[in-house]
Design a protein around this ligand. Structure first.
Ligand SMILES: [Ca+2]
Ligand SMILES: [Ca+2]
Length: 189
């Protein structure tokens, strides 16, 4: 009987795990070597966090060692991309060579790294365009857009975050447990 109750509880907790956007931003690139920094308050237990980044701009050219984007979390370098470096998780679209590219991809963040970054409930998010990345806007405005996404698990469900259907499932399971107990008592007699 205890096992059934545990399965019921596990079911409820799994219902309360859902994917969520932790933080997102899109910033227009209007200057050479532009930078961005923001401090995010992070509450909640997230796992399987990943960064999705899209950067449109002047990421290669005559000064290519200076044409890159770097992304940091709490000052830790998470990625360094340029238009010449293509990997399975990064795609590069040539809008207009050699000044206008769109670089996009996903970087997974290990649970242990994420937990250490947000142990203070605060995350400093920053990116840096290399000193050679000008605001070219050859095929439309340049920008850097990113989102941090993850699975949030509400390990202590409350009345506000347990949805009505979940209440109904829990109620139904309780009724099943109750009925089973009653039937066992009946057959024992
Ligand atoms: Ca932190
Ligand atoms: Ca340039």
């Amino acid at each position: 009987m205890k096992k059934l109750a545990l399965i019921a509880l596990g079911f409820i907790f799994s219902i309360n795990a859902h994917s969520a956007i932790i933080y997102t931003d899109t910033t227009a690139v209007t200057t050479t070597g532009q930078t961005y920094s923001s401090i995010a308050s992070i509450s909640g237990e997230y796992s399987s966090v990943f960064l999705e980044l899209t950067a449109k701009g002047d990421y290669t050219g005559p000064t290519s060692p200076q044409e890159y984007i770097e992304f940091y979390l709490d000052g830790n370098l998470l990625l360094k991309w340029d238009a010449a470096t293509v990997s399975p998780s990064v795609s590069v679209t040539v809008n207009s060579a050699p000044f206008d590219y769109t670089i996009s991809g996903i970087v997974e963040i290990s649970d242990s790294l994420w937990d250490s970054l947000v142990s203070d409930n605060e995350l400093v998010i920053s990116w840096v365009n290399g000193p050679g990345v000008n605001s070219a806007s050859v095929t439309g405005p340049d920008f850097v857009s990113f989102s941090l996404n993850g699975i949030i698990s509400d390990s202590e469900p409350t009345d506000t975050d347990v949805s009505e259907p979940t209440h109904m499932i829990f109620f139904s399971l309780c009724m099943v447990v109750f009925a089973l107990r009653r039937s066992r008592m009946f057959f024992k007699q």
